[in-house]
Every structure is written in C-alpha cells, then in structure tokens.
Design a protein around this ligand. Structure first.
Ligand code: CO
Length: 212
C-alpha cells in the first residue's frame, strides 16, 4: 500500500466509525459551521489542534503556521481572524504555542535554515526585547521554554491589535483572546493566564510583560 492509500483507508474507517457512533453528524455539518473557537497554533505535526483539545469537526476554526505567529502584514492570518470574528462569530481566539518549537529554537540559536529565517525574524525581535529576562535563566532549556511562552504572550497582544479584534471590541462584540502552551513531551496544555477581553486587558498584559 502506498503512503496516500494508507491515508485514504484510514479516512474510510474514520468516516464509517463517525457515522456509526454519531448518526447524522456529517449531514448536520453540511450547510454550516458554527465554531466557538479560533485556534492559532504552530504547524508542527506534533500539535494537532482538534485532537489535543478533544473537539470534533465543526468546533474549531484553525490557522497554523511556523511558530504560531500573528503578523499584521500576513494577509492569510489576518483574513482568518477577520472571517472567524465577523462571519463565524467565534467567542474565543486561542493562541497556542508549544514547548520544543523548532521555529523558536532556530531563532534562539541563530541557526540558518533558509527562507523561513525571514519569518522567524519576528521571534528574534521578541527574544531581543525580552533579553534581560531570558538571559537571567540558568539553562539553555529554561531559556528556550521561556521564549516559547513569551512568544505566545506577544502573539496574544498582536491578535488584540488587529483591526477585526479592535472593531469587535468597539462595537461590543463578546470576544476573549487566550494564551496557551502545549507540551509535546507530555501532551498537556497549560493556560498561561493571559486573557484579553477588552483594550484595558491588553494594556495590563503589556505592562506585566515590561515588568518581566
Ligand atoms: Co512549533
């Protein structure tokens, strides 16, 4: 069996199991999706969004890229955010980073990979802005883990500053942004306690970050 045939076979078995366990499931999804959550995560194959939070098709709107970055000039990511908020009316935007992120590691070690180094420039800037806090940690592992966390906090703020989020808050649409981090080594998600449901929350998160 070739590699793709294996996937097609897996899919047949999965669809059959879903139909048996949840009659009418696919029919109900046919004409609409109404997810409550937008997930912005890393493209890493070890961090499959739906699976690790136990959500079914239709429950999670997903955007993934290397190192879960939210960059204002990235039309792809910003379009996903706008669609999720304005059309799907999600109530929560989750930025979920992960420990052991290869993108973050490449940025911290100044390794040369190629085109992706341009993308990871954003992580290098984050590292430079938080240099004092990161360098104060004793081991390279601790510095690496902390940068994975700080990167999430930065992206939560970036989400908050996008035009769709600012607009939603201005018109009183209920929307909360959360910062989570996943451990590829134990399969557990940790809530970083970063929550932004309005502009004041964002200012607080920024001030907390500046204090270190
Ligand atoms: Co990653």
């Amino acid at each position: 069996m070739d590699a793709i045939d294996r996937l097609i076979n897996n899919n047949l078995a999965w669809a059959a199991r879903m139909k048996k366990e949840r009659p009418g499931f696919f029919e109900a999804l046919k004409d609409q999706q109404s997810p409550e959550f937008l997930w912005i995560g890393c493209a890493d194959s070890r961090v499959p969004a739906n699976e690790i939070v136990g959500l079914l098709p239709g429950e999670l709107f997903v955007h993934r890229n290397v190192a879960n970055l939210v960059i204002p000039s990235d039309l792809n990511c910003i379009s996903v955010i706008q669609f999720a908020i304005d059309v799907l009316r999600v109530k929560h935007v989750i930025v979920c980073g992960h420990y052991g992120c290869t993108g973050i590691e490449a940025a911290i070690r100044e390794e040369e990979i190629g085109v992706v180094d341009n993308w990871l420039m954003h992580v290098r800037h984050t590292r430079d802005r938080h240099e004092n806090e990161i360098d104060a940690l004793e081991t390279e592992e601790a510095r690496f883990r902390r940068l994975c966390e700080i990167n999430v906090v930065e992206q939560v703020q970036n989400v908050a500053h996008t035009t769709p989020v600012q607009h939603a808050w201005r018109v009183g649409q209920e929307l909360t942004i959360h910062g989570l981090i996943y451990g590829v080594e134990d399969g557990l998600i940790k809530d970083l306690g970063i929550r932004a449901a309005n502009r004041t929350d964002v200012t607080e998160i920024r001030k907390r970050g500046e204090r270190g």
